[in-house]
Design a protein around this ligand. Sequence first.
Ligand code: GTB
Length: 214
Amino acid sequence: MKPTITAFESSPDEGEGQARDMRVRWALEEVGQPYDVRLVSFEAMKAPAHRALQPFGQIPTYEEGDLVLFESAAIIFHIAERHAGLFPADDDGRTRAVMWMFAALNTVEPPIVEREAAMILETKKPWYAERQVMLDERVNTRLADLSRRLGDAAWLDGEFSAGDLLMVTVLRRLDGHGVLDAYPNLMAYVARGEARPAFERAFADQLAVFTASR
Ligand code: GTB
């Protein structure tokens, strides 16, 4: 059955593919699963009909027959379980791919998001400069460790997996910040992810939504 996902009607990232429907689109493209997209306005996202699908009034959601999912990582886990292409065939490799999904979301993403939120919301505060140093340090600690682990490998654990898909989308949030410049292997890792035909198709599709909304 063809699933339907939700995405911003008008994405605040202006087509950069930073909203979390992008990772779901990418996963669906990787496994060759066609899908429909229902665009939602900010107002509709907070209305009861959408909250019945997503209790926090956010995108993305995923509907497939009677199955309704929210949380992008849970959606990607579901896609990876049901289709070949995002989890390795062997049980241990699959479990390690799940581990990297958690690492992306629980260990690497939080300091990146906290730093970004401070840059948006707190720059006028008298203590901002001091806090920025601390937030930069936290991000760099994670990046240095990740860079060390990745080394010269193409992907985090053998073949490309859902773990890489999430890690690349998390690192992409640093686009335009110059932070990744100090980690050439992470820059190359993100570029490798972005060069995948499935990423390119997903990116083009979300960009088309933004272009049409202007
Ligand atoms: N944990 C949830 C998941 O992974 O599915 C988080 C979902 C989420 O944060 N959704 C955001 C949302 O709906 C969009 S992706 N926000 C509206 C709201 O909460 O009212 C986050 C996002 C938004 C915008 C940018 N951007 O402009 O660059 C980047 C990321």
